[in-house]
Design a protein around this ligand. Structure first.
Ligand code: PEP
Ligand code: MG
Length: 925
């Protein structure tokens, strides 16, 4: 019988050999896999081992216990570390100290727990003293360890902003006793006393002694790190970032190196490119004589990495070399953590760096130009929604300039998350959440942020911190959320207790609720509210204030969009009802109009009066009269759109909404209409009453209107064809597509078709011109989807109206769902709001079936989508897979849809069902 293999739960790394590698993230977590990879590519990494994510899963499935094989594997790996680092765990003469850190598959900065300096006790601290000849350093490490262990493993961590950290209280007391203000001014004796005082506090609160046995410490720390996978902030973070709970975290145990051994030591974090702007420069910061978290926690504001060039040229040179090795190896912008221990450089972490959408786009485009990655890789690296950041508002420069001239520039911090934001100040995350829930725009202002603040950060427009650098928690998280952020604004003096803030050198007191404006691109903090203004891309494309050649940002955007167009096979159209909207959409790259809702045109100018006259008519003749008055307006509207679209297809939908939507409801409005139409007020009220429906969305709307009142469809068809003829006669191409809404039975469509085709013939005869056009329908009722083969005998195209289709498939009112649907998402009853992102397994099945049945009847049936889902990247991926011809979305989402369509083509290849002449594979270059 074959011997059963012992499962492997522990992977060693160190020296020249690692058992893991970069592509083992699922098992080793991001941190563990990359530590192994750095060893494999020859970078200096302190030896350690990774306990796999499988152990985390086991831990939660087995009542917080471990697989039986784990203990021995940990002990064996520990021996290897001891050998590699020439020190022993628990040895009083030559102690090995370790760090114990979490490391999930996806990075979750600061969300889980970490313990440093583990292995110290009253005897090993002596070994550390004799090794370093530095008792102050040894006791500083020891007291930090006891506090961290007390917080993380023994549960003494403060619960919220009002809770005190007991160790901070003792530390403050000690500083007072010693007559100093900074931690660094405490001497070895003070620190030694702190160790005992911390331990006594632990005994007092928990009733137990602090564990002296390093092995007990180690297992306690491993358990705490696994336990932190389920702490509240980690759960919130996972939810916000769609990280499945089932992934679990790995635990990394790694030998300590010390950045706080004196002035030849230090610690730092860096990015191989600027994570805010994407610029190809080495970007980072470091602190001398500091340990681990000091840089990230934002307690001291660190120095820029370029200063290291003069402070320690050798280490700087080595880091620059590592920067280039890492970029060439990973072909990515990497985020690194390093420590210099008595002049020797150690790499503690590398991972793909978080970045703003802005930077993501610039780096991807630059890396293609540097031949580091292909265009395909570049397209796949950018989340379509990140494009929003290129389209984001900036401050109106003149207004900002005058605010600055008027002395409203309060201070300057670091430009940690680009964009412009203006809002009311909240000094706590809780307040930010509350204010935002009341619909207010909020800027969260903190001394520094911590992971507990993420909900408030999410609710705020922007984040401003007094401390911390570009890699502080606030900066990292804000960038990831795509929030505007100014960090490390040292001039701010924030007083949480009194809800106010003063600014160094300024005679102002700013209170909670006051307006403030922050520019995350320049780092400026300005008092008061400032108007925002369109981004450079918008200024080039839409407002035309800027020339393309004058905007580097636009050029980057443009390169990316061009590549997207080379790969996408889906068309991207827009939902637009007015010529200016259509023009914007074209500037963003729309290839046609996928939905022109004619009813939106009914509200402009005098039109609404004639619409009301039409609705209030008693006879067909009266109605026709009113419609005759509407005709010239509709015709002019369509002419405007056809002219702008200049030969691109324009899908115009006949009237859809329930008629009561056009009638007045307030007494004074009714009175006004009565006067304008010279009608008795009671008659109007009667009509309003008679049009009331229990279920208007399932009532007298869509094609049902045109079936009861054929003259409405007649007028609209006439307006469309007359406009098309007029524009065509000016020499401008036109491509009308007439779309009938809310069809459930083919016979409904047949009736409407007859009207439209008859009017078309009449107009073509009158105008002496024939214009090719298509007649199709929306598929937005389940019956239409399941009888799509019958409907396609008449319809020349389908456009899935997934707003109504979602409503009717779920039996969920799209107007009322807001009251309860968010709870469904919160409780994971539904993975996402189905009105935002297509429910592919339910509604999507009908979309797939409808497309298939339609094409069974009509092989070349053109199929698109015009519900809101047409601008959602996940839904676009689905539309690609079912073989649609195009998606249609709002103008500002067109670039996002183009990128999403390209990614769908790259990920899925050509859809099988679609008769497409475009092949992805042909277009590599
Ligand atoms: C739809 O139902 O998806 C649609 C586009 O139509 P409307 O939103 O106008 O009902
Ligand atoms: Mg609809």
């Amino acid at each position: 019988m074959a011997k059963k293999r012992t499962p492997k739960y522990v992977y060693f790394f160190g020296g020249k050999r690692a058992e893991g590698k970069a592509d083992m993230k699922a098992l080793l977590g991001g941190k563990g896999a990359n530590l192994a990879e750095m060893v494999n590519i020859g970078l200096p990494v302190p030896a350690g081992f990774t306990i796999t994510t499988e152990v985390c899963t086991y831990y939660y499935q087995h009542n917080h216990s471990y697989p039986k094989e784990l203990k021995k594997q940990v002990l064996d790996a520990l021996k290897k570390i001891e050998k590699e680092m020439a020190a022993q765990f628990g040895n009083p003469q030559n102690p090995l100290l370790v760090s114990v850190r979490s490391g999930a598959r996806a990075s979750m900065p600061g969300m889980m727990d970490t313990i440093l300096n583990l292995g110290l006790n009253d005897s090993t601290v002596q070994g550390l003293i004799s090794k370093t000849k530095n008792p102050r350093f040894a006791y500083d490490s020891y007291r930090r360890f006891v506090a961290m262990y007390g917080d993380v493993v023994l549960g003494l961590k403060p619960k919220d902003k009002h809770d005190h950290d007991p160790f901070e209280v003792i530390l403050d007391r000690k500083k007072q006793q010693a007559g100093v203000t900074k931690d660094t001014e405490l001497n070895a004796d003070h620190l030694k006393e702190l160790v005992s005082e911390y331990k006594a506090e632990i005994k007092r609160i928990t009733g137990h002694d602090f564990p002296e046995d390093p092995m007990e410490q180690l297992w306690g720390a491993i358990g705490a790190v696994f336990g932190s996978w389920m702490n509240e902030r980690a759960i919130v973070y996972r939810k916000l970032n769609n990280i499945p709970e089932s992934w679990g975290t790995a635990v990394n145990v790694q030998s300590m190196v010390f950045g706080n051994m004196g002035d030849d030591s230090g610690t730092g974090v860096a990015f191989t490119r600027d994570p805010a702007t994407g610029e190809n420069v080495f970007y980072g910061e470091y602190l001398f004589n500091a340990q681990g978290e000091d840089v990230v926690a934002g307690i001291r504001t660190p120095l820029p990495i370029k200063d290291l060039q003069k402070d320690n040229p050798q280490v700087y040179k080595q880091l620059v070399k590592i920067r280039s090795i890492l970029e060439k190896h990973y072909k990515e912008m990497m985020d690194i953590e390093f420590t210099i221990q008595q002049g020797k450089l150690w790499m503690l972490q590398c991972r793909v760096g978080k970045r703003t959408g802005f930077a993501a786009i610039k780096m991807a485009v630059d890396m293609v130009k540097e031949k580091l990655i292909s265009k395909e890789e570049a397209l796949l690296r950018i989340e379509p929604n990140q494009l929003n950041q290129l389209l984001r508002p900036i401050f109106d420069l003149n207004q900002k300039r005058s605010a600055i001239e008027n002395g409203r520039l309060l201070a300057k911090g670091l430009n940690a998350g680009p964009g412009a934001a203006s809002g009311k100040i909240a000094f706590s995350a809780q307040d930010a959440e509350e204010m935002a829930s009341k619909g207010e725009k909020v800027i969260l202002v903190r001394i520094e942020t911590s992971p507990e603040d993420i909900k408030g950060m999410n609710a705020a427009e922007g984040i401003l911190t007094a401390r911390g650098g570009m890699t502080s928690h606030a900066a990292l998280v804000a960038r990831q959320m795509g929030k505007v952020c100014v960090a490390g604004c040292g001039a701010l003096n924030i007083d949480y207790k009194n809800g106010l803030m003063k600014v160094e050198g300024k005679d102002v007191t700013i209170k909670e609720g006051d307006y403030i404006s922050i520019d995350g691109t320049t780092g400026e903090v300005i008092l008061g509210q400032l108007e925002t203004k369109p981004s450079e891309v918008i200024q080039v494309l839409i407002t035309k204030e800027l020339k393309p050649e004058d905007s580097e940002i636009f050029q980057t955007y443009n390169s990316l969009m061009k590549w997207a167009d080379q790969y996408k096979t889906l068309g991207v159209r827009t939902n637009a009802d007015q010529p200016d909207q259509a023009a914007n959409a074209i500037a963003f790259g729309a290839e046609g109009i996928g939905l022109c809702r004619t009813e939106h045109m009914f509200f402009g100018g005098d039109r609404i009066l004639h619409v009301r006259e039409m609705i209030l008519s008693e006879s067909e003749e009266e109605r026709k009269n009113a419609l005759d008055k509407l005709l010239p307006y509709q015709r002019a509207d369509f002419e405007g759109i056809f002219e702008v679209m200049a030969g691109k297809p324009v899908t115009i939908r006949t009237l859809d909404p329930p008629l009561h939507e056009f009638l007045p409801h307030e007494e004074h409005e009714i009175q006004q209409v009565a006067e304008e139409l010279n009608m008795p007020i009671d008659k109007i009220k009667e009509k309003i009453e008679s049009l009331k429906e229990f279920n208007p969305m399932l009532g007298f709307r869509g094609c049902r209107l045109g079936i009861s009142y054929p003259e409405i469809t007649q007028m609209q068809a006439r307006a469309i064809f007359e406009a098309a003829a007029n524009v065509a006669q000016k020499g401008i191409k036109v491509k009308p597509e007439i779309m009938i809404p809310l069809v459930g039975h083919v016979n409904e469509l047949k009736l409407q078709e007859k009207i439209v085709r008859k009017v078309a013939e009449e107009v073509f005869n009158e105008k002496g011109i024939k214009i090719p056009y298509l007649l199709g329908t929306m598929i937005e009722l389940p019956r239409a989807a399941v009888t799509a083969d019958e409907i396609a005998t008449v319809a020349e195209f389908f456009s899935f109206g997934t707003n109504d289709l979602t409503q009717t498939v779920f039996g969920l009112s799209r107007d009322d769902a807001g009251k309860f649907l968010p709870k469904y998402v919160e409780r994971e009853i539904l993975p996402k709001d189905p009105f935002e992102s297509l429910d592919t397994t339910g509604v999507g099945k009908l979309v797939e079936l409808g497309t298939k049945l339609g094409r069974q009847t009509r092989e070349n049936l053109k199929v698109g989508i015009c519900g809101e889902h047409g601008g959602d990247p996940d839904s676009i991926d689905f539309c690609h897979k079912v073989g649609m011809n195009y998606v249609s979305c709002s103008p500002f989402r067109v670039p996002i849809a183009r990128l999403a369509a390209a990614r769908a083509a790259l990920v899925n290849g050509s859809p099988k069902t679609k008769k497409s002449s475009k092949k992805v594979t042909k277009k590599k270059k």
